[in-house]
Ligand binder design. Structure first.
Ligand code: CDP
Ligand code: CDP
Length: 203
Protein backbone atom coordinates (compact mmCIF):
# COMPACT_ATOMS: atom_id res chain seq x y z
CA UNK A 1 0.00 0.00 0.00
CA UNK A 2 1.24 3.52 -0.69
CA UNK A 3 -0.44 6.42 1.10
CA UNK A 4 1.08 9.89 0.81
CA UNK A 5 0.60 12.84 3.12
CA UNK A 6 1.85 16.15 1.68
CA UNK A 7 2.48 18.94 4.20
CA UNK A 8 3.40 22.34 2.76
CA UNK A 9 3.56 25.87 4.07
CA UNK A 10 5.81 28.86 4.80
CA UNK A 11 8.88 28.87 7.05
CA UNK A 12 8.47 27.89 10.71
CA UNK A 13 4.72 27.25 10.41
CA UNK A 14 5.05 23.88 12.18
CA UNK A 15 5.30 21.57 9.14
CA UNK A 16 8.21 19.54 10.44
CA UNK A 17 6.84 19.15 13.95
CA UNK A 18 3.43 18.01 12.69
CA UNK A 19 4.98 15.74 10.04
CA UNK A 20 7.24 13.91 12.47
CA UNK A 21 4.40 13.29 14.92
CA UNK A 22 1.94 12.21 12.22
CA UNK A 23 4.57 9.84 10.76
CA UNK A 24 5.15 8.33 14.19
CA UNK A 25 1.44 7.96 14.99
CA UNK A 26 0.53 6.36 11.65
CA UNK A 27 3.77 4.39 11.23
CA UNK A 28 4.79 6.16 8.01
CA UNK A 29 8.22 7.17 6.72
CA UNK A 30 8.99 10.91 6.86
CA UNK A 31 11.05 13.11 4.54
CA UNK A 32 11.81 16.75 5.39
CA UNK A 33 12.38 17.93 1.80
CA UNK A 34 13.72 21.28 3.05
CA UNK A 35 16.84 19.36 4.08
CA UNK A 36 17.59 18.60 0.42
CA UNK A 37 17.56 22.31 -0.40
CA UNK A 38 19.41 23.23 2.78
CA UNK A 39 22.15 20.68 2.02
CA UNK A 40 22.39 22.01 -1.54
CA UNK A 41 22.59 25.57 -0.18
CA UNK A 42 25.29 24.57 2.32
CA UNK A 43 27.40 23.04 -0.45
CA UNK A 44 26.81 26.19 -2.49
CA UNK A 45 28.23 28.22 0.42
CA UNK A 46 31.23 25.84 0.37
CA UNK A 47 31.85 27.05 -3.18
CA UNK A 48 30.19 24.35 -5.28
CA UNK A 49 27.99 25.20 -8.29
CA UNK A 50 24.31 24.78 -7.27
CA UNK A 51 23.35 22.20 -9.89
CA UNK A 52 26.44 20.10 -9.23
CA UNK A 53 25.71 20.35 -5.49
CA UNK A 54 22.12 19.11 -5.96
CA UNK A 55 23.06 16.31 -8.37
CA UNK A 56 25.80 14.97 -6.12
CA UNK A 57 23.97 15.13 -2.76
CA UNK A 58 25.04 12.32 -0.44
CA UNK A 59 23.29 10.99 2.66
CA UNK A 60 25.95 12.52 4.91
CA UNK A 61 25.27 15.99 3.46
CA UNK A 62 21.82 15.79 5.09
CA UNK A 63 23.44 15.28 8.52
CA UNK A 64 25.58 18.42 8.53
CA UNK A 65 25.37 20.39 11.79
CA UNK A 66 25.06 23.75 10.04
CA UNK A 67 21.87 23.04 8.06
CA UNK A 68 19.59 24.94 10.48
CA UNK A 69 21.60 28.19 10.39
CA UNK A 70 20.02 31.37 8.96
CA UNK A 71 22.79 31.64 6.33
CA UNK A 72 22.08 28.14 5.06
CA UNK A 73 18.32 28.82 5.09
CA UNK A 74 18.86 31.83 2.82
CA UNK A 75 21.21 29.90 0.52
CA UNK A 76 18.62 27.08 0.36
CA UNK A 77 15.93 29.46 -0.78
CA UNK A 78 18.28 30.94 -3.41
CA UNK A 79 19.24 27.58 -4.93
CA UNK A 80 15.59 26.44 -4.69
CA UNK A 81 14.63 29.12 -7.23
CA UNK A 82 16.85 27.49 -9.90
CA UNK A 83 14.60 25.19 -12.00
CA UNK A 84 17.42 22.70 -12.81
CA UNK A 85 18.21 22.29 -9.11
CA UNK A 86 14.56 21.42 -8.42
CA UNK A 87 14.49 18.96 -11.32
CA UNK A 88 17.60 17.21 -9.98
CA UNK A 89 15.78 16.55 -6.68
CA UNK A 90 12.39 15.41 -8.06
CA UNK A 91 12.95 11.67 -8.65
CA UNK A 92 14.22 11.01 -5.14
CA UNK A 93 11.24 12.81 -3.59
CA UNK A 94 8.66 11.10 -5.86
CA UNK A 95 10.08 7.65 -5.15
CA UNK A 96 9.98 8.41 -1.42
CA UNK A 97 6.37 9.66 -1.68
CA UNK A 98 5.13 6.45 -3.29
CA UNK A 99 7.14 3.99 -1.18
CA UNK A 100 5.38 0.92 0.15
CA UNK A 101 3.87 1.49 3.57
CA UNK A 102 3.23 5.17 2.99
CA UNK A 103 5.07 8.43 3.59
CA UNK A 104 4.79 11.95 4.94
CA UNK A 105 6.72 14.66 3.05
CA UNK A 106 6.93 18.28 4.14
CA UNK A 107 8.10 21.21 2.06
CA UNK A 108 6.74 23.87 -0.27
CA UNK A 109 5.63 22.03 -3.43
CA UNK A 110 4.75 18.52 -2.27
CA UNK A 111 1.01 18.82 -2.91
CA UNK A 112 1.40 20.87 -6.08
CA UNK A 113 4.40 19.35 -7.91
CA UNK A 114 6.02 16.36 -6.20
CA UNK A 115 2.87 14.42 -5.38
CA UNK A 116 -0.28 16.12 -6.71
CA UNK A 117 -2.07 12.75 -6.27
CA UNK A 118 -1.30 12.62 -2.52
CA UNK A 119 -4.17 11.20 -0.49
CA UNK A 120 -3.87 14.02 2.07
CA UNK A 121 -2.66 17.58 1.48
CA UNK A 122 -2.24 20.02 4.34
CA UNK A 123 -1.15 23.65 4.01
CA UNK A 124 0.15 24.74 7.40
CA UNK A 125 0.34 28.46 8.19
CA UNK A 126 0.67 30.85 11.13
CA UNK A 127 1.00 34.62 11.31
CA UNK A 128 4.41 36.12 10.44
CA UNK A 129 5.05 37.31 13.97
CA UNK A 130 4.20 33.96 15.56
CA UNK A 131 6.34 32.04 13.09
CA UNK A 132 9.25 34.44 13.69
CA UNK A 133 8.85 34.11 17.46
CA UNK A 134 8.87 30.30 17.24
CA UNK A 135 11.96 30.25 15.01
CA UNK A 136 13.73 32.86 17.19
CA UNK A 137 13.26 30.69 20.29
CA UNK A 138 14.47 27.65 18.40
CA UNK A 139 17.62 29.40 17.14
CA UNK A 140 18.44 30.91 20.53
CA UNK A 141 18.02 27.44 22.06
CA UNK A 142 20.63 26.16 19.61
CA UNK A 143 23.05 28.93 20.59
CA UNK A 144 22.64 31.02 17.42
CA UNK A 145 23.27 34.73 18.09
CA UNK A 146 20.31 36.58 16.52
CA UNK A 147 17.44 38.98 17.27
CA UNK A 148 13.65 38.66 16.82
CA UNK A 149 13.79 41.44 14.21
CA UNK A 150 16.48 39.67 12.16
CA UNK A 151 14.54 36.38 12.25
CA UNK A 152 11.31 38.08 11.12
CA UNK A 153 13.13 39.85 8.27
CA UNK A 154 14.78 36.57 7.18
CA UNK A 155 11.47 34.69 7.18
CA UNK A 156 9.71 37.39 5.20
CA UNK A 157 12.51 37.56 2.64
CA UNK A 158 12.53 33.77 2.22
CA UNK A 159 8.73 33.48 1.99
CA UNK A 160 8.63 36.27 -0.60
CA UNK A 161 11.32 34.56 -2.72
CA UNK A 162 9.68 31.14 -2.33
CA UNK A 163 6.24 32.51 -3.29
CA UNK A 164 7.42 34.62 -6.24
CA UNK A 165 9.62 32.10 -8.05
CA UNK A 166 8.35 30.84 -11.41
CA UNK A 167 9.01 27.14 -10.76
CA UNK A 168 7.11 25.32 -8.01
CA UNK A 169 6.27 28.41 -5.94
CA UNK A 170 5.02 28.17 -2.37
CA UNK A 171 1.23 28.00 -2.63
CA UNK A 172 -1.56 25.72 -1.43
CA UNK A 173 -2.78 23.01 -3.82
CA UNK A 174 -6.38 23.66 -4.88
CA UNK A 175 -7.53 20.68 -2.78
CA UNK A 176 -5.29 21.28 0.26
CA UNK A 177 -6.79 21.64 3.73
CA UNK A 178 -5.46 24.81 5.37
CA UNK A 179 -4.31 24.56 8.97
CA UNK A 180 -3.62 27.90 10.67
CA UNK A 181 -1.59 27.03 13.78
CA UNK A 182 -1.31 30.64 15.07
CA UNK A 183 -3.37 29.96 18.17
CA UNK A 184 -2.82 26.20 18.38
CA UNK A 185 -0.50 24.25 20.61
CA UNK A 186 1.54 21.52 18.92
CA UNK A 187 -0.87 18.94 20.35
CA UNK A 188 -3.90 20.77 18.92
CA UNK A 189 -2.26 21.13 15.50
CA UNK A 190 -1.35 17.43 15.43
CA UNK A 191 -4.87 16.44 16.53
CA UNK A 192 -6.43 18.50 13.71
CA UNK A 193 -4.01 16.98 11.17
CA UNK A 194 -4.93 13.50 12.42
CA UNK A 195 -8.66 14.22 11.94
CA UNK A 196 -8.05 15.15 8.30
CA UNK A 197 -5.88 12.06 7.75
CA UNK A 198 -8.35 9.65 9.36
CA UNK A 199 -11.16 11.07 7.23
CA UNK A 200 -9.07 10.51 4.07
CA UNK A 201 -8.18 6.95 5.14
CA UNK A 202 -11.88 6.09 5.38
CA UNK A 203 -12.62 7.28 1.82
O1 CDP B 1 8.94 22.82 9.68
P1 CDP B 1 8.59 24.27 9.91
O2 CDP B 1 9.70 25.19 9.56
O3 CDP B 1 7.29 24.66 9.27
O4 CDP B 1 8.30 24.47 11.47
P2 CDP B 1 8.79 23.60 12.72
O5 CDP B 1 10.27 23.51 12.70
O6 CDP B 1 8.01 22.34 12.82
O7 CDP B 1 8.28 24.53 13.92
C1 CDP B 1 8.97 25.71 14.28
C2 CDP B 1 8.94 25.85 15.79
O8 CDP B 1 7.59 26.16 16.20
C3 CDP B 1 9.34 24.59 16.56
O9 CDP B 1 10.21 24.99 17.61
C4 CDP B 1 8.04 24.06 17.11
O10 CDP B 1 8.20 23.41 18.35
C5 CDP B 1 7.21 25.31 17.26
N1 CDP B 1 5.76 25.10 17.13
C6 CDP B 1 4.90 25.62 18.05
O11 CDP B 1 5.39 26.23 19.00
N2 CDP B 1 3.53 25.46 17.95
C7 CDP B 1 3.00 24.80 16.92
N3 CDP B 1 1.68 24.66 16.84
C8 CDP B 1 3.87 24.27 15.95
C9 CDP B 1 5.25 24.45 16.07
O1 CDP C 1 12.03 24.88 8.16
P1 CDP C 1 11.75 25.99 7.20
O2 CDP C 1 10.32 26.03 6.81
O3 CDP C 1 12.27 27.31 7.68
O4 CDP C 1 12.61 25.72 5.89
P2 CDP C 1 12.81 24.37 5.07
O5 CDP C 1 11.51 23.66 4.94
O6 CDP C 1 13.96 23.62 5.62
O7 CDP C 1 13.18 24.93 3.62
C1 CDP C 1 14.31 25.75 3.38
C2 CDP C 1 14.14 26.36 2.01
O8 CDP C 1 14.17 25.31 1.04
C3 CDP C 1 12.81 27.06 1.78
O9 CDP C 1 12.83 28.45 2.14
C4 CDP C 1 12.60 26.88 0.27
O10 CDP C 1 13.27 27.88 -0.48
C5 CDP C 1 13.28 25.56 -0.03
N1 CDP C 1 12.34 24.46 -0.22
C6 CDP C 1 11.70 24.34 -1.44
O11 CDP C 1 11.86 25.20 -2.30
N2 CDP C 1 10.89 23.29 -1.70
C7 CDP C 1 10.67 22.34 -0.77
N3 CDP C 1 9.88 21.30 -1.07
C8 CDP C 1 11.29 22.46 0.50
C9 CDP C 1 12.11 23.54 0.76
Amino acid sequence: MSFTIAIDGPAAAGKGTISKEVARLFGLAHLDTGLLYRATGARRLDGMAPLEAAQALRAEDLDRDDLRSPDVARAASEVAAIPEVRTALVDFQRAFARRQGGAVLDGRDIGTVICPEAEVKLFVTASDSIRADRRYRELIGKGVDTTPEAVLADLRERDARDSARATAPLKPAADAVELDTSTMSIEEAVARACEVIRAAMQD
